[in-house]
Design a protein around this ligand. Sequence first.
Ligand code: AMP
Ligand code: MG
Length: 480
Amino acid sequence: MPPSARYRPDPRYLALGDGFADVVAPARFPSHVLRHRDERWAARVGLDSLGDDEWERHFARFEPLPGNLPDPLALRYHGHQFGSYNPALGDGRGFLFAQLRDGFDGRLLDLGTKGSGATPYARGGDGRLTLKGGVREILAAELLAARGVDTCKILSVFETGERLIRGDEPSPTRSCVLVRLSHSNLRFGTFQRHAYHRDLARLGALVDYAVEHHFPAARRDDLAVTTAALVRLVACRAAATAAAWTVAGFVHGVLNTDNLNLTGESFDYGPWRFLPTYDLGFTAAYFDETGFYAFGRQPNAVLWNLGRLAEAVLPLTTRDVLEDSLGAFEPAFHAAVRRAFLDRLGLAPRGDAADDGVMDACYAFLAARRLDLDRFYFDWYGGEASAARALAGPAAAHYDHPEFMEVRRAWTAHAPAAPERLGHPYYGGAAPCSLLIDEVEALWAAIADRDDWAPLAAKLAAIREFATLHGRDPSVMDMP
Ligand code: AMP
Ligand code: MG
């Protein structure tokens, strides 16, 4: 069946004019085996009615969707990688495939690929994605969404029957092609590219596109003021995402300026890890030998990247208004981290100072005791309302410690935000829903060793149950 009535194609990228992307051809793969299809998001964008053949035609062969982009577009961008500028970046193994509206909230969504073939920006790479990389993308996006992080969604993954050689994993290894839904594909590095070429007309066009489609509240009468207003809103969104990663215990691993989306939506999940314990120095990527993007450095890395974005748009406006815009980051980060922290702990907010008191006491305890971080949130969801359960659990010895008295004192006046959730079997269960590296490796090993996809399916079901319990089911959220 063709797309349903909810499908609203809205290809806007071409209206930017030339100079922003290159038309590319998708790779042809030896085989297509569907491994992941997110029905909830397919329904939101009206693609749930596609039959298996149609899904494969569009998301493995990349035949254009009706009324959408006629050809895939490899997007042009530059970026700072680990602090050094690289003007040779761009979509090396992906492209923008289509644009469409979210059937629930009306926002413009991009359908982009990963592993769909080498482009002019491949820099000698094969243009492919490992199947393990695809599986890791699915897992990261799913748990991040469940923990309230603004993230891209993985709509589709096909295994593609190739054997890839990678230096960092047993090779040859299996291949896949992935399609993700994102609110925008404008990266900080997209702006940097046009600034590098001193192309003020295209920089202005990008600002205009971003404001029209993603930040209408930034619209002012003149471009200089609009640009500063845009940077302020981008800084606030980036702060909220950095805060959400902090509270989710997520280490992205590669926070280069080409991996930061203008809308703040988190994406591009390569060497990510979730924290086993609260550890500011925890580093995700094996190649990040200096801890450049360690857990505790993420907020500053994002702020530094915002500085590069501001530098890029400086020719359109003035330094003092941009500095003012960047000044929005820190208070936005602090407010967002407090809100997200209370939310993860299931406590109703009582006001900034009291809430900060709880958060500071908890982090001081977590940094000192190094207990299982996910278990802490699981054990104490709703605060004192969980005391009997927490004190009977496997981490009870930690909670007997004098330092923990500070925590309990700090939250005595905080009521649970959703006490009914404590009656759910999840909180009666033995362990929190987490995604530490050993589990990720075990999920992959079942696939690699026995082609057994059942553990992955069970894990995704468990994450979705957690998301639904915590009010984050994409089939019901954001309903108009
Ligand atoms: P990343 O650090 O994963 O965001 O990638 C940085 C750049 O390298 C981007 O321009 C990617 O498109 C490109 N890239 C990464 N892996 C490959 C690959 N296997 N083939 C072609 N380009 C790649
Ligand atoms: Mg990237």
